[in-house]
Ligand binder design. Structure first.
Ligand SMILES: Cc1cc2nc3c(=O)[nH]c(=O)nc-3n(C[C@H](O)[C@H](O)[C@H](O)COP(=O)(O)OP(=O)(O)OC[C@H]3O[C@@H](n4cnc5c(N)ncnc54)[C@H](O)[C@@H]3O)c2cc1C
Length: 381
């Protein structure tokens, strides 16, 4: 089994790392502290072509393999997890779903500006009463002539405050028990769409997570994404892949926490020696490194299976489950190594401790990943 990155993947990783050092490092803390959506940084990612990694070249993207996308998400997450989740949703959910399920006129209209960063996309499945139970939506879409009229309230939309367009899921029929969904491409300026609330969150302050109200929101019939009634399979298909992206976010945050812990342990002294010379601290670092490396193998393996067009659902769920839960443990241990200073906002580890918590919740909680893995096992054995 070959775990070496290809030359192209290494070059991409270097390019993103240089971008992050030059452009993201100087701005990330103030944007995060001020809860500002990082629009300028997204424009720069667009100029570099990085917002088109899931867009085919026919529509002005630079469609790469999934492992390259994972590497890019990982690099950005090291410094600015809010930017990483915006980037991940835009690439692996918004652009990906249009590139995969869109009509050619939808692709022509939405993909080139999305690849350049002129459109930032969001993906809105969840509602207040439908998170894990994602088909239990209340939002309805009713066809009137050549227009769909959407009514309902969508919750927890990453980038919702500033996105230019959304993939919005609604119930397909009028029956409460109906499991079929529709998916629509909805522009922020369509009449009847309103950002009603920006969530105040524990972490990821710059990611613009919002509630979206649809009041007689008019969507042209040509903006139905995929076939009528096939929205649930579109959502599940896209989330299958994007889970690997959440595992990648976990890797980035974990790697940074590890580096912060080592550097702190090498300079802080207690009882006349450096922390890094105390065996209890060395063991914590050994545990962190082992968790991190295991998480990286699972994540890269899931991306590799995806790229080889092999079945990857189980491995993606395992990667998301393991990497996000490992990241909790890693950041917690890294904060412990910082002692009291880890609890101070002056140290990055405090922010990472808050940002890491959501990784085992969004895009399918850990419990839902276990359900997915169990279902795959039942089919296999
Ligand atoms: C910061 C943030 C950003 C988000 N961004 C987006 C976004 O861009 N787009 C979007 O559509 N959604 C988004 N979400 C929503 C997210 O995907 C949901 O919060 C998540 O799927 C969980 O749903 P819930 O919050 O309703 O929890 P619930 O489904 O109510 O779950 C509550 C608890 O019960 C457990 N549980 C539920 N059902 C089962 C079961 N059958 N078996 C075992 N345990 C179960 C869950 O694991 C969890 O522990 C975001 C959420 C957050 C916090």
């Amino acid at each position: 089994m070959n775990f070496e990155l290809s030359e192209n993947q290494k070059l991409l990783q270097e390019m993103v790392s240089e971008f992050v050092q030059k452009e993201v490092v100087p701005r990330a803390k103030s944007l995060e502290d001020e809860h500002k959506f990082p629009r300028e940084l997204l424009n720069k990612l667009g100029e570099l072509g990085l917002l088109g990694m899931t867009v085919s070249t026919q529509y002005e993207g630079c469609q790469t393999d999934y492992l390259s996308l994972v590497l890019a998400i990982e690099e950005i997450s090291k410094i600015f997890p809010s930017l990483a989740v915006i980037f991940s949703v835009h690439s692996s959910l918004f652009c990906y779903s249009i590139n995969k399920f869109g009509t050619s006129s939808q692709k022509k209209k939405y993909l080139p500006p999305s690849a350049k960063g002129e459109i930032i996309g969001a993906f809105s499945l969840t509602e207040s009463g439908a998170g894990s139970d994602a088909t239990n939506l209340k939002t309805r879409a009713v066809k009137k002539g050549r227009t769909w009229v959407l009514n309902g309230t969508k919750a927890w939309v990453t980038s919702g405050s500033d996105a230019d367009a959304f993939i919005i899921f609604t119930k397909a029929g009028s029956e409460a028990r109906e499991k079929k969904l529709n998916a629509f491409i909805v522009e922020k300026n369509f009449p009847g769409l309103k950002v009603s609330k920006v969530e105040e969150k524990m972490g990821l302050h710059s990611s613009g997570t919002s509630e979206i109200v649809l009041e007689d929101c008019e969507v042209p019939e040509e903006n139905l994404l995929g076939e009528e009634g096939k929205g649930a399979s579109i959502a599940l298909h896209c989330l299958d892949g994007s889970r690997i992206g959440i595992a990648a976010q976990s890797l980035g945050i974990s790697q940074k926490a590890f580096e912060e812990a080592i550097s702190y342990a090498k300079q802080r002294e207690a009882f006349g020696k450096k922390l890094s010379q105390i065996q209890a601290i060395q063991f914590m670092l050994a545990d962190i490194a082992t968790l991190l490396e295991s998480a990286r193998f699972l994540t890269y393996r899931a991306a590799n299976l995806y790229d080889k067009k092999k079945t990857f659902t189980k491995q993606a769920a395992m990667a998301k489950l393991y990497a996000s839960e490992a990241a909790h443990k890693i950041v917690d241990k890294a904060l412990q190594i910082h002692g009291g200073y880890g609890y101070s906002k002056e140290y990055l580890i405090e922010q990472l401790y808050r940002d890491v918590r959501v990784l085992s919740i969004y895009e399918g909680t850990s419990e839902i990943q276990r359900l997915v893995i169990s279902r795959c096992l039942q089919e296999e054995y």
